[in-house]
Design a protein around this ligand. Structure first.
Ligand code: PMP
Ligand code: GLN
Length: 392
């Protein structure tokens, strides 16, 4: 038989699925895949339940139900002063995963170059390659994840069509500063390139850091496709409702991608997300405050156990260096460590190497802290027991 698509046939199962399956198999506390262990706000859930029963269960409009398109536009204005027309500049998608893919599809022709920043979310690279575009990787390195400006500038060239930027960033918890974003904006203008802005963690920002959409910088609105996710903003990751905000011309072509990917997204969930986006500021502040407490609890605990815990200013994730636990060196990779931790300590983390294309750092594990405090405590207790009991 003829071979199937080479790239997909050679792509492994995503690390999030692999580690969650391993956690289940070994009865481990799953701090790997990033999902909260409590449901989102009651009023949003109730709105979804009501919307299921009120008879609007057929195909919604392709770009999203009007309630949600208006709510996304209003949120853009309320949080960032960004103006988008709900009729033509907002596209609702089935999760940010679809949104990012649709944005890339809408921009790239075979042969175009795309600047990507490692560590990167695991759908970016396969999609860029499937589209026949050429990835240009720029690498951030632990422990500080600084933007290597010279290398970033060198990655741009005459064939650069777009940059994909994720802020707040998974897995690093880095929140790009205005200065960094200005540097990026200057490059985009200089090279006449677009940006796909994966901002799914826009409301999960800690320590008083401020999320700045690249689209708010001068000259950027017409170059940026900004992606959000209700799954993250409302702790409902299974819902898979995402949204693209972009200038009309960009949104029009992104809609064509959406038309060919999923066409529409569950109307009842969309209507509930509209209710969520209209919640008052205290909800959004409460979300980040509660995550900050969880980050502190897990981060302090891991530090006490001897991990080298890196700073995280946003997202669901802490990155921790496990090398200090092994004074004589760890004989294996970060994937081996995470596997061992799952099987022996019964706590699951994700190896950070999964976010690099090649030659990754090897001693970092990503822990999700978006869990109830009792679960974080139980995980720390298991880790303490494992550390005490092992022979290094
Ligand atoms: N981008 C990043 C950086 C993510 O961490 C996630 C979370 N899975 C997504 C996109 C996808 O979001 P969604 O679940 O809305 O598809
Ligand atoms: N974004 C989540 C993470 O990074 C998981 C999403 C997924 O499982 N595809 O853990």
């Amino acid at each position: 038989m003829k071979p199937q698509n080479t790239l997909l046939a050679n792509t492994g199962t995503t690390i999030f699925t692999v580690m969650s399956a391993l956690a289940t198999e070994h009865g481990a506390i799953n701090l790997g895949q990033g999902f909260p262990d409590t449901d989102g706000p009651e009023d949003v859930l109730q709105a979804a339940a009501d919307a299921l029963m009120d008879g609007r269960n057929q195909y919604p409009p392709m770009t999203g139900v009007p309630e949600l398109r208006h709510a996304v536009a209003a949120a853009n204005k309320r949080f960032y002063g960004l103006e988008y027309d709900p009729n033509g500049e907002i596209v609702v998608t089935s999760g940010a995963t679809e949104a990012v893919t649709a944005c890339l599809m809408s921009l790239l022709n075979p042969g175009d170059e795309v600047v990507l920043i490692e560590p990167l979310y695991d759908t970016y690279l396969p999609v860029v390659k499937l589209l026949g575009a050429t990835p240009k990787l720029v690498r951030l390195s632990p422990p500080h994840w600084e933007l290597p400006r010279e290398e970033l500038a060198a990655a741009f060239g005459p064939n650069t069509k777009a940059l994909l930027i994720n802020s707040p960033m998974n897995p690093t918890g880095k929140v790009f500063t205005r200065e960094e974003l200005q540097f990026v904006a200057d490059l985009l203008i200089q090279h006449d390139a677009y940006a796909v802005c994966d901002e799914v963690y826009e409301h999960l920002v800690l320590d008083g850091w401020q999320h700045i959409p690249l689209a708010t910088l001068p000259g950027m609105r017409e170059r940026c496709l900004r992606v959000g996710s209700a799954g993250k903003t409302f702790s409902l990751t299974g819902w898979k409702v995402g949204y693209i905000s972009a200038a009309r011309q960009l949104a029009t072509v992104a809609t064509k991608a959406h038309q060919n990917l999923t066409f529409t997204t569950a109307p009842n969930l969309q209507r509930a997300v509209a209710v969520g986006l209209a919640k008052d500021d205290s909800y959004f502040e409460g979300l980040s405050r509660s995550l900050q407490d969880k980050r502190d609890r897990l981060g302090d605990g891991l530090r006490r156990l001897g991990f080298g815990v890196l700073d995280t200013h946003g997202s669901y994730f802490i990155t921790a260096d496990f090398a200090p636990l092994f004074p004589r060196g760890f004989n294996g990779t970060d994937a081996d460590f995470c596997r061992m931790l799952t099987i022996e300590a019964k706590v699951t983390a994700v190896p950070v190497s999964a976010f690099y294309d090649s030659d990754p750092p090897r001693t970092y594990a990503r822990f999700a802290f978006c869990k109830r405090e009792a679960l974080l405590d139980a995980a720390l207790e298991r880790l303490a027991g494992w550390i005490a009991g092992r022979t290094v």
